[in-house]
Write a protein that binds this ligand. Structure first.
Ligand SMILES: [Ca+2]
Ligand SMILES: [Ca+2]
Length: 276
């Protein structure tokens, strides 16, 4: 693409919490959190969460995300303390950038907010903290990803109190995070789901997390410390999977969305256990 400067990082100055002038979601009804490697948007009816590829096009940052069913394109540019968001026209060919110079009327304007909105934070806090960590940028899907760096970042993200051991509460939080993200992303399947339904599915999985954690712990805590070290997690892939399957059979069988969640968790845990 001529003149396109490819990069894989979201520009630092776009990171943060954006909304309408008052920065109150209850008034504005829309809010956007841009983090490292992805974003979360909540509008009146929908919530959208995506990991994105970013490239620079004519001084706009092009956020691009492709899923099995959908592709997302957003263009962002700063205007002082405001953020301009522009979409390409319907049926965009992916090349013609003329809309960047003549489509002002359809822009969405965001104001920079000092703090995250408490309502958004209380619902999606875990997803936001993942986006502000370096997990996404260190665990990209390209084959050049440094596996050990990724695993260390995931462990760092999970290890909230930084004692190099994962305790139950930390594992619960980790599972909640991945559950939330999996559910948010699985709704990007084309059929527009109501955001309250999506959030409801997530809430329904939360009570199962401690049981899942217990099962994981019972199978992997080899030295009986009631916590998991990086070494224990990476020791025995088979045990880890049998633990997950056991948890799935025994605990979450009747919840429609949870097996899918666990299927998606498996590659992640496989990553964790594939240290050799
Ligand atoms: Ca810890
Ligand atoms: Ca242990």
């Amino acid at each position: 693409m001529p003149g396109a400067l490819l990069s894989d990082k979201i520009p630092k100055e776009l990171e943060g919490f954006w909304s309408g002038n008052s920065c109150k979601f209850s008034l504005e009804k829309y809010a956007l959190y841009i983090g490292k490697g992805g974003y979360l948007y909540e509008g009146e009816d929908n919530v959208e969460f995506n990991f994105v590829n970013v490239s620079n096009k004519n001084k706009w940052s092009h956020f691009n995300s492709k899923s099995e069913f959908n592709s997302y394109h957003y263009f962002y540019k700063l205007d002082g303390d405001k953020l301009i968001e522009r979409y390409p026209p319907e049926e965009w060919d992916g090349k013609d950038l003329s809309f960047l110079s003549n489509q002002e009327s359809q822009d969405t304007i965001y104001f920079r907010c000092k703090d995250k909105d408490p309502l958004i934070e209380s619902k999606y806090g875990e997803a936001l903290s993942l986006l502000s960590s370096s997990v996404v940028t260190n665990c990209g899907s390209n084959s050049n990803t440094d596996r050990r760096k990724c695993i260390n970042e995931v462990f760092r993200f999970l290890d909230v109190n930084r004692d190099s051991e994962l305790h139950s509460a930390e594992i619960n939080r980790g599972l909640r995070t991945f559950s939330l993200i999996t559910i948010l992303m699985s709704q990007n399947s084309g059929k527009n789901e109501d955001k309250d339904v999506t959030f409801g599915v997530y809430l329904a999985t939360v009570p199962f997390m401690p049981l899942l954690t217990q099962t994981l712990m019972a199978n992997i805590d080899y030295n009986g410390s009631k916590s998991l070290s990086l070494e224990e997690i990476s020791q025995d892939r088979t045990d880890l999977f049998s633990a997950i399957l056991l948890a799935r059979e025994g605990v979450v069988n009747d919840l429609k969305s949870v097996p899918r969640l666990l299927q998606n968790l498996a590659p992640l845990l496989q990553g964790l256990s594939g240290l050799n």
